[in-house]
Write a protein that binds this ligand. Structure first.
Ligand code: GAR
Length: 189
């Protein structure tokens, strides 16, 4: 069964692009579910609008990160989820999920890794005055934004760019490529 979970924490525009490809039958999956760690994030609204089952887990409701991830794993197992794709999920994945989903967790990041890891990748690219940035899709491991790289796409940075403009251009490419890479991974795996 090609059942996937998308993990998101915010706007969910990448989640939306994956759902669109699934609904247009370009991306052949048996099921998508959404997992979020924020109660009111816009990704949840998108899930409702698109009839996608969604679950929210809030870390502070648990005694430890381990218990938090164990609860997520229980839901993923119940939903028969085979792959996890992080799409703006702003939390480190730890051992519980990594062991259960070995080589099955993938992330998208808005820089050409290994440059500009972390949550401010676009601002850091601008601060460092690089003329090329882009996006990276990679396997998730114990270290932040450091797992094996699957795909990268360059995006030009212009002198007139600010965070908003560069985010928009990088995300346009994320929305174009993430579902295509998901398709390849699923077919190959
Ligand atoms: C995306 O641009 C993604 O690359 C980035 O968060 C954004 C989420 O946007 N991820 C990271 O920075 C991970 N370190 P979205 O919620 O609209 O898909």
């Amino acid at each position: 069964m090609n059942n996937i979970a998308i993990f998101a924490s915010g706007n969910g525009s990448n989640f939306q692009s994956i759902v669109d490809a699934y609904k247009n039958k370009k991306l052949k999956l048996d099921k998508i579910i959404l997992i979020t760690n924020k109660k009111n994030c816009y990704a949840i609204q998108r899930a409702y609008e698109n009839n996608i089952k969604n679950y929210t887990f809030v870390l502070k409701d648990y005694n430890s990160k381990e218990e938090y991830e164990l609860d997520i794993v229980r839901t993923l197992v119940k939903e028969d989820i085979k792959w996890i794709f992080l799409a703006g999920y702003m939390m480190m994945i730890t051992d519980v999920l990594l062991k259960k989903y070995d080589k099955k967790i993938i992330n998208i990041h808005p820089s050409l890794l290994p440059s500009f890891k972390g949550k401010d990748a676009i601002k850091e690219a601008l601060d460092n005055k690089v003329y090329l940035s882009g996006l990276t899709i990679h396997y998730v491991n114990h270290e932040m934004d450091a797992g094996e790289i699957i795909f990268q796409k360059q995006v030009r940075v212009y002198k007139t760019d600010n965070v908003e403009k560069l985010t928009k251009r990088i995300q346009k490419q994320e929305h174009k490529y993430y579902w295509q890479i998901i398709d390849k991974i699923i077919k190959g795996g």
